[in-house]
Design a protein around this ligand. Sequence first.
Ligand code: ADP
Ligand code: MG
Length: 788
Amino acid sequence: NVSRPPDVVEARMLLPIVTEEQPIMEAILLNPVVIICGETGSGKTTQVPQFLFEAGFGSSTSDNPGIIGITQPRRIAAMSMAARVAHELSLPSFRVSYQIRYDATVSPNTSIKFMTDGVLLRELATDFLLSKYSVIVIDEAHERSMNTDILIGVLSRVLKLRDDMWKAGKADVKPLRLVIMSATLRVSDFAENKTLFSTPPPVINVAARQHPVTIHFNRRTRSDYVTEAIKKTAKIHTRLPPGGILIFLTGQNEITGVCRKLNAKFGVKALERKRQKRQFADSTVEEHDTVNMNVDIQPAHADIEAEDLDLGHQQADDLAFDVDAGMTDEDPDALDSDEDTEEHQLDKELGLDSDDVDVPMHIVPLYSLLPSEKQMLVFMAPPPGSRLVVVSTNVAETSLTIPGIRYVVDCGRAKERRYDVANGIQAFQVSWISKASAAQRAGRAGRTGPGHCYRLYSSALFEHHFDQFAQPEILRMPIEGVVLQMKSMHINAVVNFPFPTPPDRATLFRAEKVLSYLGALGVSSSVKKGLMAAGDSSVDGQITELGRLMSLFPLSPRFSRMLASGQHHGCLPYIISIVSALSVGDPFLHEEGLVSDGTDNEDGDVDGLVKTGRKEFFRTQHMHSALGNFTSDVFRMLSVVGAYEFAGGGLQFCSQHFVRPKAMEEIHKLRAQISNIVQANFPSAGTGFVPKLVPPNELQLKVLRQLLTAGFVDQVAVRKDRLDNSSAGLKYTTCKGVSYRAMGVPEDVFIHPSSVLANREPPEYVVFSELIRTTRVWIKGVTVVNPA
Ligand code: ADP
Ligand code: MG
């Protein structure tokens, strides 16, 4: 007895999964674990929770009173799906709720809860039986995010425990059910993995009602895929029938750039301007020019089929077109690019006649860092008479289904954080997606009718260089955080953990080593007794009391360690601010952000920086760098966080101090969250949350520097000439080009130009928080160990 709005009732009838409600519910009621596969858009995320709800799950009067929990790899999906299901069931947000890292709508009356997988993983640490829940739905399992993989492994154990307790007749204990949902059929790592589920779970395939999608490859693969994407979109818009266009790019900078260009050419305002110009021109030439009276049918209205045109063809003489031309210019005024000029340039580039089209584009960006109200815009119908154009990261690949898409433009790449297990160097790399991802992207064009996918790469490249499937995240990321979490759940022998795909032993070994360094793990009894082989010696270290405290924080173990030992001399509020800032990431807009190096996909507001002027920029930089006397990037962050809190936050502060508002807000929220955890778990530590933070005194700065050095004790860099005496005596005036050596890194590293140290005399010893490879290996978040 639920009531749905009439339009929802109608829309549901069209979803393939709705006809499968009965077999799905039967399978769930008869089996502890069920796997559901279905194309993106078939209704898995929005409908399965409703099936469960209608079957009584999540209501106090039923056999399964526990909450229905659904996990998502992304915050954006957790929030928007909760809102959608609440709408479909006509229930308030305190009944159909979400919980993400900093934000929640959950209440004691919540029946359906969407959350990020990280949130559920944390809950397991305090309530291993997940006693609040009657069923857990793990969504987007095909993405193989680290958290998803770990959750599936842990839940396979929780199911068994709950079942044993229920069979033993424990009061108030009911079995837990697990539903794993995937957008691809590749589920053998879960379904046929005997260490995970001894009885193979049933797999239900939801027949996709997918319309055919015609794939068009480019004849060649060009490196400037951003320009290619703009050109292709312009051609589709001017020559092909109505239907939304979805463009896949790799990051925020690209997306905002493309939105700007498309708006300048095809936005409502641009077309309005053009119309006015044309009217003016018509009225002046009318008398002379009556010959050319062809009545043009606007291509976007005309009912031709896309097959009529070969958009895959590329002219051989295509000029490389620098989309970021305005961004690399040093002259601040150049960024105020005249839209007319830009439009003209594009016309020339595309070989278009400006008068080709009078249907405006309704252009919507979509990426995780976009504020959620803005993200929701993709679900709104575009204004009548316009064409929807969504420019997205791979969040639109499977998590969100955007209605009305008929054309997909796929750059074939995605930005991924890669981590080199051997040396700990991280890099944001734009790399080729897998064939499976390419198929997902193409599929987005076939939801409402036959569609077309334009791949901005050649079929040869696709055949020979694209992997069949993406690698699970657990094989390419540091895992000390999850290892600590497992240990805190008493999973000691991590090697025996039922990973869907186990990481190799060297990775596990390294993670345990870092945790031992930090004092989170102790030597296990079996090692003491000499029962284990030398190579395995640290593969079952036990969690220490300190480790247990550290596992309470939603932070990298290194940062938790700093917190755990930062309780002297009133330093706690500062260390909380520092680890919050380090966790969220550098909030500063940097000067070199003007020339994007592709690593920093978050510096969205460079335009604002240039407009307000360099002088102001350097003044505020200087002001914040002065904390600790120009010796620490971390202190610079602390300074701006302190000032932000003191000022009570706000956008104005951010633009005056050249920091990213979204980062500052996240730091603020994380700071509050950590302070709460501190207060709840270490009442004796005194309050960690000080609403208005005053700058630390000299003694406190000294203690903070010691804590940073201790926390990064394995991330030290030494000036190279100090080590090999090769250029001893050479006097440097800045850090530019000065080589450093870091422990465990086989090549020279350099202090990043954004550092407070960059233009100062290079110190001999520093610790750093990050190693990033771009053109060379940079160290970021640098602090001088022993300042003069
Ligand atoms: P799946 O999880 O199988 O990919 P979903 O349950 O996410 O499918 O989507 C089912 C349908 O619901 C899609 O057609 C999608 O367009 C629609 N839908 C999802 N969220 C919204 C929303 N916020 N507004 C309008 N329609 C939505
Ligand atoms: Mg889904």
